[in-house]
Design a protein around this ligand. Structure first.
Ligand code: CP3
Length: 324
């Protein structure tokens, strides 16, 4: 999840003085920031240090990540001319992607047998930032455009699918063992809008890595009603946030789809016995799935005590081997 390293003093020291997106595009620094939480917590996989808006920056969109705010786009995209301007930026070439490929390759080499997860943003979540110009609660402008001008919307989502899919493919080709698509804001959509106006673009994005043979994970927040549709765009594993108990998610998915989730980040601040009981509950509810990737239901809050995260990882490993 995003911000996994942000609670670490070594992360803050390594990042000091470097803007977020510049850190992502410095291969040695991105690799070191990926390795920090793996070293510290002993997790079973790393997630590449990057961001969903990195491919937008690489293709030439004026975007930055403002601390405490999130991605901010200088010129929001609202009209057919705006989408044409995006297309004029040209494709995301291997040359533009070189810092990402290099960062992944360095990280895979350093991780040895520990797998690395690559990721990208889903077209809807990227479009939400592009249309709104920054973070937003309801994504009103994006959802308006979807209905007011469906042709422009479809063109924008198709562009976003190819840019983000190319970014994902570059990571897998450089050595990641899995690929995750984050549709963080899809929860603001009805199932009907998701299926008609968003799912085809997400399928197109995942289509960019289909022939590479890696497993894909598809995650969103507030997406309890969209889980089946999110699997059906072509994902192998469905991520679940803290809002839905995992056994209910497994049931909705028909019992045949591996799930990822869904420790509530809020409980990282509860007394240990409360957190421990919650983690055990999550593991028990996930046991009915054909596979369970244990993680948080959303990002690690920056003020999290890193020692609590290490303790959670130990507990999960102990339960897995039947020692607790
Ligand atoms: O934690 C990690 O290092 C994993 C890599 C990762 C980041 N972003 C790094 C990051 C991942 C997987 C992401 C994905 C991401 N980025 C998503 C999808 C997943 C999710 O959490 O919903 C989204 C929506 C974004 C966009 C974004 N980037 C937001 C909303 C923010 C938070 C802004 C803030 O300060 O509150 C970011 C910044 C960001 N991305 C940070 C990191 C480590 C924090 C940078 C910092 O301030 O040090």
């Amino acid at each position: 999840m995003r911000q996994a390293g942000r609670s670490l003093p070594e992360y803050r020291a390594a990042r000091a003085g470097t803007a977020m997106l510049d850190s992502c595009l410095d291969p040695a620094l991105a690799s070191e920031l990926t390795l920090q939480p793996v070293r510290r917590h002993g997790v079973d996989a790393g997630i590449f240090f990057s961001d969903i808006v990195v491919p937008l920056r690489l293709v030439g969109v004026d975007v930055e990540i403002k601390p405490g705010v999130g991605p901010v786009i200088a010129d929001p995209v609202r009209t057919a001319d705006d989408v044409a301007r995006l297309r004029d930026l040209g494709p995301l070439t291997a040359e533009r992607l070189a810092p990402v490929a290099e960062g992944v390759a360095l990280t895979v080499a350093a991780l040895g047998t520990t797998p690395l997860i690559g990721f990208a943003g889903a077209p809807f979540t990227l479009a939400a930032y592009l249309v709104e110009g920054g973070p937003s609660r309801d994504h009103l402008a994006a959802r308006t455009l979807m209905h007011a001008d469906p042709a422009v919307w479809d063109d924008l989502l198709t562009w976003a699918a190819d840019v983000t899919g190319t970014f994902l493919r570059a990571q897998v080709e450089a050595g990641t063992s899995a690929a995750q698509l984050f549709d963080s804001w899809a929860g603001s959509l009805s199932l009907a809008d998701y299926e008609a106006r968003v799912a085809p673009a997400s399928a197109r994005a995942l289509g960019h890595v289909r022939d590479l043979g890696v497993r894909t994970v598809h995650f969103g927040t507030g997406t309890s009603e969209l889980l089946v549709a999110m699997r059906d765009v072509g994902a192998d594993v469905v991520g679940v946030d803290h809002r839905l108990p995992l056994d209910e998610a497994v049931r909705r998915l028909g019992g045949t789809t591996p799930v990822q989730g869904n420790i509530d980040p809020a409980l990282l601040f509860a007394p240990w016995p409360v957190l421990e009981a919650h983690v055990r509950d999550v593991l028990a509810r996930g046991a009915g799935a054909p596979g369970h990737v244990v993680n948080l239901g959303h990002g690690v809050p920056p003020e999290t005590d890193p020692d609590v995260l290490t303790r959670v990882v130990r507990l999960v490993h102990d339960v897995e081997v039947g020692e607790a």
